[in-house]
Design a protein around this ligand. Structure first.
Ligand code: FE2
Ligand code: FE2
Length: 295
């Protein structure tokens, strides 16, 4: 590590939730979007100007350090799933203890976000596997248990090994990503094939890809796509990287987009009653998962 790196705060966000909150601000619900008569019709698109410095620094670290080599090394480190065995509910409690040590009174906990997302899906009349996906979708954040920095756990995801789309938030920070010097990684397709499918594409490392591998034997493919791509905002909200997708991906992204509003717009300050809801969700977890999984 260079001396310059040592001077940087490793974790510039106040807590992991700050990225999720920032995404919510960047993509406000339709009712909060400015109308034609609004005095500042570009207010929400000018989001980068009033982004907190810590959030910008978080994106800078993420964009500079997520390289092909970095993603390969994290995949090799984590995807053998040989670090620990734990159940879904245990992972939920571990994450809660880890992530929510700051500001316990002012923000919702991880379990509350999980339950609010799941409950809104349940009220939408969706199938059990969809409700369960809402409950567990952020459990990959237990990467923090192994000391991973924020920029390697959360953040919008994007492919590495091909040109970075200009639709990625704070695209300018990629100028200092070492992969920009690698000609083969800077063409439109890079190391991938036209329409070759996202399954063959390496996305920046974070909680989505990790959890996908932990739960892939237990859930239907629509659920797995929601988990694996829920932070891939450049694709599911901005429409980028269509040329890497195949028809199956396009089919699955209908579900990713169906999931997204439940993740973003169900946060309220009326906390769900965790103890009252727990029996229903314990049964649901039990129906799909064994008592412990490999992480
Ligand atoms: Fe997430
Ligand atoms: Fe979430």
């Amino acid at each position: 590590m260079s001396p310059a790196d040592n001077e940087l705060p490793l974790d510039p966000l106040e807590d992991l939730d700050e990225w999720d909150d920032d995404v919510r601000r960047r993509y406000p619900p339709p009712t909060e979007q400015p109308t034609a008569g609004d005095k500042r019709p570009e207010g929400f698109r000018d989001y980068t100007a009033d982004t907190r410095p810590g959030v910008k620094e978080f994106y800078r670290l993420n964009h500079v350090r997520q390289t092909v080599d970095f993603v390969k090394s994290k995949r090799a480190e984590y995807l053998p799933l040989a670090r620990r065995r734990m159940g879904i509910w245990e992972a939920m409690q571990q994450l809660e203890a880890l992530v929510d040590d700051s500001d316990p009174d002012t923000d919702l906990s991880q379990i509350q976000h999980a339950l609010q997302t799941a409950e809104a899906i349940r009220q939408g009349g969706h199938p059990k596997w969809f409700i369960l996906t809402g409950l567990i979708h952020d459990l990959g954040k237990v990467l923090c248990l192994d000391g991973e920095p924020q920029w390697a756990v959360v953040g919008d995801t994007f492919p590495v090994g091909c040109r970075f789309s200009e639709s990625i938030v704070f695209h300018e920070f990629f100028a200092d990503n070492p992969d920009v010097q690698m000609g083969e990684y800077q063409t439109r397709l890079g190391i991938y094939e036209e329409g070759g499918g996202l399954d063959r594409v390496m996305l920046s490392w974070g909680h989505d890809e990790y959890l996908y591998h932990v739960v892939r034997d237990y859930l239907p493919e629509e659920a797995l796509a929601m988990i694996r791509y829920h932070s891939f905002y450049p694709a599911h909200r901005e429409g980028a990287y269509q040329y890497l997708m195949n028809d199956h991906d396009r089919e699955m992204f209908r579900w990713v987009r169906k999931f997204n509003p439940y993740d973003l717009y169900t946060k309220s300050h009326a906390p769900p009653d965790v103890e009252a809801l727990r029996p229903f969700y314990e049964d649901l977890v039990h129906e799909f998962f064994p008592p412990t999984l490999a992480w």
